[in-house]
Design a binder for this molecule. Structure first.
Ligand code: ZN
Length: 358
């Protein structure tokens, strides 16, 4: 699925396009701005503009290079962002990081409205090593290559081993020719000063509520109805990410949790249909709330059973089954905070719940 267009930021884009055309775009940029305002999308736009066959300048959107950029398949656009820490043997960790990143990019290719990375994810040393190595290679297609490093404040310098930061610093200090680095950060102050001093910082402002509403009514599939789009946009503080994560009112999580449990009980076809209908555009926040609500409903049911042991119906699942079902939901919640597709999580979870709650 191609990336959605960039929404808003016209003034900044005009400035960036002018610099690109004039060949004056600094080779190490920091796009700083609130979470969810589209910093990485903007970084990909700059990368496309630098590599455009009609450019450099504003990406034409029509050439082969722009097409590859818009499908996240351009070999000279290297997108790095936080991933989970590789766990294998030390000399294999860079390979593992490269593989984890490739999988995460593939997930974003399939679903460009991605949720923020897992809280445990970071830009660990093995990933920086991959970046360092790719930076030394010549461009695969054209004359330039671009490295986009999203959420750069999640670069992990441990006090005892600051190698990750040093490796990044080294590549920024001695940038290979015709190579651009674009870092994004919501909290630039938490970047190491040595790294920050290498970067030209540009501020990415919050979007207008009307722009967020337009995004919500045009990009997600299915799009949000105009009234809902406006309601969410008004609450989102100029952040598309916040608007996507903004769930329904409280209480709707309860209803959603109940629907999930009902779907689990209704057989394989109903489960599959339910899983396919999971609204990923609600964001991980809404999804994990639904799971939490489903677990709470089961807990309530269990508590009620313990209070009135005789009152239960004969066809109710045993208490141990309910407990195991709660555990399954907690497991799914953990997965939901990572990069796993919510539809896959739900398909698996509802099947397991059906078994436990027979
Ligand atoms: Zn182009």
């Amino acid at each position: 699925m191609p990336l959605h267009p960039v929404y808003g930021h016209e003034e900044l884009r005009a400035r960036l396009a002018t610099s690109m055309r004039a060949g004056r775009l600094p080779t190490a940029l920091l796009l700083a701005g609130a979470p969810g305002v589209g910093k990485q999308r903007l970084g990909l736009w700059v990368a496309a503009g630098l590599l455009c066959e009609q450019g450099p300048g504003e990406p034409c959107g029509a050439c082969h290079s722009c097409h590859l950029a818009s499908t996240l398949s351009h070999p000279d656009i290297h997108w790095f962002f936080p991933i989970l820490r590789p766990k294998g043997e030390e000399d294999k960790q860079a390979e593992e990081a490269e593989e984890l990143l490739a999988q995460a990019v593939q997930a974003r290719r399939e679903q460009p409205l991605y949720a923020p990375p897992d809280g445990m994810a970071g830009i660990f040393l093995p990933l920086v090593r991959v970046l360092h190595r790719s930076a030394q290679m010549r461009p695969a297609m054209g004359k330039r290559k671009v490295f986009l490093v999203g959420e750069a404040e999640r670069l992990v310098p441990q006090a005892s081993s600051p190698e990750a930061a040093n490796a990044l610093l080294k590549v920024l200090e001695e940038p290979p020719p015709d190579t651009w680095f674009i870092l994004t950060a919501a909290e630039p102050a938490s970047l190491l000063p040595t790294i920050r001093s290498r970067l030209v910082q540009l501020r990415v402002h919050r979007l207008r509520a009307s722009e967020v509403a337009r995004f919500l009514s045009e990009v997600p599939q299915p799009p949000l109805p105009p009234a809902e789009a406006k309601r969410r946009a008004d609450l989102a503080g100029g952040s598309i990410g916040a608007a996507l994560a903004e769930g329904g009112e409280h209480g709707s999580a309860d209803a959603a949790g109940r629907t999930l449990l009902e779907a689990a009980a209704r057989g394989p076809i109903a489960r599959l249909r339910y899983a396919l209908g999971v609204r990923w555009y609600g964001g991980r926040g809404e999804f994990t709330e639904t799971l939490a609500a489903a677990a709470d409903l089961l807990r309530d049911r269990l508590a009620e059973r313990l209070r009135n042991p005789g009152a239960g119906r004969a066809d109710e699942p045993p208490a141990t089954g309910v407990l195991e079902a709660i555990r399954e939901i907690e497991r799914a919640r953990k997965l939901a905070r990572g990069n796993v597709n919510p539809q896959l999580i739900v398909a698996d979870l509802t099947r397991r719940l059906a078994e436990r709650l027979e």
